[in-house]
Design a protein around this ligand. Structure first.
Ligand code: ZN
Length: 292
């Protein structure tokens, strides 16, 4: 008698589980955006990017005045690694370089223009879609207005939005904007491949506790190379990545040397690099990225 009840219970459990799987399969079949989200959540196809501290003797450095270093011909200075959030708001002292993008009326930081063109061209070549910009640079006043209209988990308060730096863009393709961006092939491509063009999805899924902002598949942020690859392939947020880079250490990845140091009169410059990109990170440090 007992085993009959058990068999019955097991049968009901089995049917329920099978029904749940069938429902999930039907939902996933009808929702390419959810399928994509599951795949991304599992990290499928991201590949590996291992960043390691430089070993003893692997890199040497020269101590130099920061302003003297910035004047070198092979050094470019930009804002690409500014961390902007509620904990590290902008204070108005940042030297952003805002300009109009190719006679479009769209304002953005000059350092993201080439990277945006490359990403938009790739989307157009692959899918025949034009990658449009819904929102780019915003003034502090504009951000304050938006923050007043929207929830705090989608719009950052004044000075805590990276739109004020001109380094972030909200993008879409015709018919697919906002959360719906992921229902398009172009949107999925931007989310899984923008790192190849120097961009990251700044507010990834499952990281709201760190970024303070819910998943925004449309908000892309320029960080440059090789940071975009390291952040994407290691499933990090910009917050986690900057914290990972210990002050004063030198890291090696691919042809790059990366070092994050306190802003002082002098900085340690890794030797043997052909070019350098220097950016403040808005946490009191400067990040030097040398390419060998
Ligand atoms: Zn945005």
């Amino acid at each position: 008698m007992k085993s009959k009840t058990l068999r019955k219970a097991l049968l009901i459990c089995g049917i329920t589980a099978a029904a749940a799987v069938a429902v999930a399969a039907v939902v996933l079949a009808a929702r390419p955006d959810l399928r994509f989200r599951v795949k991304e959540m599992l990290g499928a196809g991201r590949g590996k990017a291992v960043i390691a501290k430089a070993k003893e003797g692997e890199t040497s450095f020269e101590e130099k005045g920061l302003s003297e270093f910035l004047e070198q011909e092979n050094v470019s200075f930009d804002d690409s690694l500014l961390l902007v959030n509620a904990k590290y708001p902008l204070n108005g002292d940042e030297q952003t370089d805002i300009a109009e993008y190719r006679d479009s009326g769209v304002l953005m930081d000059r350092c993201i223009m080439d990277g945006y063109k490359q990403l938009a061209d790739e989307v157009s070549d692959r899918f025949g879609d034009k990658l449009y910009i819904m929102s780019s640079y915003r003034t502090a006043e504009e951000q304050a207005e938006i923050a007043e209209e929207k929830d705090s988990d989608t719009a950052a308060p004044e000075n805590a939005s990276e739109h004020q730096t001109g380094l972030a863009l909200d993008v879409y393709v015709s018919g697919f904007a906002g959360d719906g961006f992921l229902k398009s092939d172009a949107g999925q491509f931007v989310n899984s491949s923008c790192w190849e063009y120097g961009w990251i999805i700044r507010y990834p899924q499952g990281k709201q506790d760190i970024t303070g902002i819910r998943y925004e598949p449309w908000h892309i942020r320029w960080v440059g190379f090789p940071h975009s690859e390291l952040i994407y392939k290691n499933s990090l947020t910009l917050e986690e990545y900057i914290e990972f880079l210990e002050k004063g250490e030198f890291y090696v990845f691919d042809n790059y040397i990366i070092t994050r140091q306190n802003i002082g009169d002098t900085v340690k410059i890794p030797d043997g690099c052909q070019s350098y990109v220097v950016s403040y990170d808005n946490t009191g440090c400067v990040i030097i990225t040398g390419k060998r």
